[in-house]
Design a protein. Structure first.
Lengths: 303, 324
């Protein structure tokens, strides 16, 4: 009994598309987080603070209670993630506690208790930690996760781009130092100084400094052009990473579709699941329709 | 490898082993160690060059910097000599000439970099009066040795080569518009602002600045000049977009090419029905080289299995039909 409750709670808190309740939990947490962040921002305005001080205090107390309950139920329910053979209940719990989201959940809530016990603590640190709560939203924002996934799967390409950027920066900075170091020692006297110039030039186009020598002029122009190329490379990688990501999602959805169609007919339950998956992968109706058609054709061809 | 080397002399065997380690084609402990050691030394060298340019650091650590430079030059020289010596092995089996592989290395990008970044040090010993800045510039070339261990440059060159038509048309567009716009601005504004647009080359400088950063440090004074400046600025956005688009396509195409190559390899491995350990290792190396994630590899394997299922089903059907 308890173990089924635990598993269900885990799935709901995890946002699994199996349960409708997970959607509501998501909405409530998002709402509380947004209210909290608005409160932190408004609280920093002296006039508002003077009038609504008590209200904000109350709000903070109840939010901390809410987030604490959330944190504890997450830790408790994640015990169901792995059974005894696969590491026991503490494996899932520790995994959550030390994951980025687990750490955010912890540090966005717990410092409040510290404040209760040590009232002399610096309030500014506490406020900054309260703002961490906005990061809780990233759990529910698949776009951000998509971005991280895309970057992670193309990390080699990004690494190469960063490598090129580093080389371009160091080489152009050093060349500029050799060319202009004598003419403008206060700006290009050392390579670290010129590295600052090179980064400005690469990121924002033509730099903040006019070159005085012909060679310096040419290096500045080439560096500026390299900046345009670097922006193009980065943008290109991100664009193709995203389109690859979409392709991967489609493949995952297609696999689910095939599983649904494998027995020949689609039950209401399965239809519901597909709908939730579609929302999860953020695919449009047209895409899904096209995939369904092809999956149907394939399954009828098989039979 | 060992089966071929059995009937060779021990000298040849050592040389072949040295080639394997230096070239890094056969991933093992020793070649990895050489790679990491040389890469770290190069990074330390670059940091050294940067720090050395700060006068007060240079003054307090002059002896250390010099000792480190001597040490690096010695290591890089040994590396260079080892490469030249061992690369003779490269084509020995097929073509028969020692110098085939050596020449290829000496005149390759990396060979030239290795040479140019090391040898000027000895020149300085012979001619102590050489300009130090030139010497430092050559030393800076060592940074390009790193690209041997990072496929970024090769990837880029390959991608640009594959899409060379689009790249050359983008560059052609830039070139044509540079000629056209800088001549026009010289004609229109040259009389009113002779100090900024004294000649067409000066106008070209203005044009490139505008393309790079959106504003070329010059405000137009005539109406036509204003129109031209605005057009140039729009062109700069368009060119950036074109370049980005071309790079994105080139990159996507490259990823697809790699997928196809990997798929071919998987198909070849699966063709005989058994996956040996050697084949598995080969696939792993390929996956690492192409920077493919586990997800991608699994998707490809999944697809292969499915294809196999379908073809098996077809074969079964054909058999059944034959039997009936």
């Amino acid at each position: 009994m308890i173990s089924t409750v635990k598993t269900t709670l885990m799935e709901i808190l995890d946002g699994s598309p199996k349960h409708r309740a997970s959607h509501y939990v998501e909405l409530v947490i998002t709402f509380v987080v947004l209210v909290n962040c608005t409160a932190v921002i408004l609280d920093s305005v002296p006039e508002i603070h003077a009038v609504y001080k008590d209200f904000f205090h109350e709000l903070e107390f109840w939010s901390v209670m809410f987030f604490t309950v959330e944190y504890i139920s997450r830790v408790w329910s994640l015990g169901a993630k792995y059974d005894h053979e696969n590491g026991g209940s503490w494996k899932g719990r520790l995994q959550y506690i030390f994951s980025p989201f687990g750490l955010i959940d912890f540090f966005a809530t717990m410092p409040h208790y510290l404040h209760m016990f040590f009232p002399a603590l610096d309030l500014r640190i506490l406020r900054v930690l309260r703002l961490l709560r906005i990061l809780k939203l990233s759990k529910y924002n698949t776009a951000l996760q998509d971005l991280f996934h895309a970057i992670h799967s193309e990390r080699q390409a990004f690494g190469s781009a960063v490598f090129l950027l580093t080389i371009a920066t160091i080489v152009s900075a050093s060349l500029m130092h050799f060319a202009e170091g004598h003419a403008q020692p206060e700006l290009f006297g050392t390579i670290p100084h010129s590295i600052y110039w090179a980064i400005v030039t690469i990121t924002s186009g033509y730099g903040n400094v006019d070159a005085t020598t012909k060679a310096g002029e040419a290096i500045a122009l080439v560096t500026g052009f390299l900046g345009v190329c670097m922006a193009a490379i980065m943008t290109g990688i991100v664009a193709s990473a995203f389109s690859n990501q979409v392709a991967r999602k489609k493949a995952a959805f297609e696999a689910q579709l095939r599983a649904v169609f494998s027995d020949g007919h689609v039950s209401d339950d399965e239809q519901e699941t597909l709908k939730r998956l579609q929302a999860h992968y953020r695919l449009s109706d047209q895409q899904v329709e096209a995939m369904m058609l092809s999956a149907k054709n394939k399954s009828t061809a098989k039979h | 490898m060992t089966s071929i080397t059995d009937n060779r002399s021990s000298y040849r065997r050592i040389k072949h082993r040295a080639y394997e380690i230096m070239d890094g084609t056969v991933p093992d402990k020793y070649s990895h160690f050489v790679e990491v050691f040389v890469a770290l030394l190069v990074v330390a060298n670059v940091v050294g060059i940067i720090l050395e340019s700060v006068p007060h650091i240079h003054e307090s650590f002059e002896a250390e910097f010099h000792a480190f430079d001597v040490f690096s030059v010695l290591v890089f020289s040994v590396e260079f000599v080892m490469r030249v010596w061992s690369y003779g092995e490269k084509y020995l089996v097929e073509k028969g000439s020692q110098w085939e592989g050596r020449k290829e290395y000496l005149f390759s990008f990396y060979g030239i970099i290795d040479f140019v970044s090391t040898v000027p040090f000895y020149l300085q010993l012979v001619f102590p009066g050489a300009d130090l800045r030139v010497l430092r510039m050559f030393r800076l070339m060592r940074i390009f040795k790193l690209s041997r261990y990072n496929s970024a440059f090769e990837d880029m060159v390959a991608a640009v080569k594959a899409e060379k038509d689009s790249f050359s048309s983008a560059i052609f567009l830039l070139f044509i518009s540079c000629l056209l716009f800088s001549s026009l601005i010289y004609i229109i504004e040259g009389h009113d602002q002779p100090e900024v647009f004294p000649s067409i080359p000066a106008a070209m400088h203005w044009f490139i600045l505008t393309i790079i950063s959106g504003w070329g440090n010059v405000d137009p004074v005539t109406f036509l000049g204003t129109v031209l400046v605005i057009l140039t600025q729009i062109l700069s956005i368009a060119l950036a977009a074109i370049l980005t688009g071309v790079v994105a396509t080139a990159y996507t195409a490259q990823v697809e090419r790699r997928h196809a190559l990997y798929e071919m390899e998987v198909r070849a491995v699966l063709a005989d029905g058994v996956v040996t350990e050697e084949e598995q290792a080969k696939l792993k190396v390929m996956q690492a080289k192409f920077g493919m994630s586990e997800d991608q590899v699994n998707a490809i394997l999944h697809q292969m299995e499915e294809e196999k299922h379908i073809s098996d089903a077809k074969k079964l059907k054909a058999l059944e039909e034959k039997n009936t």
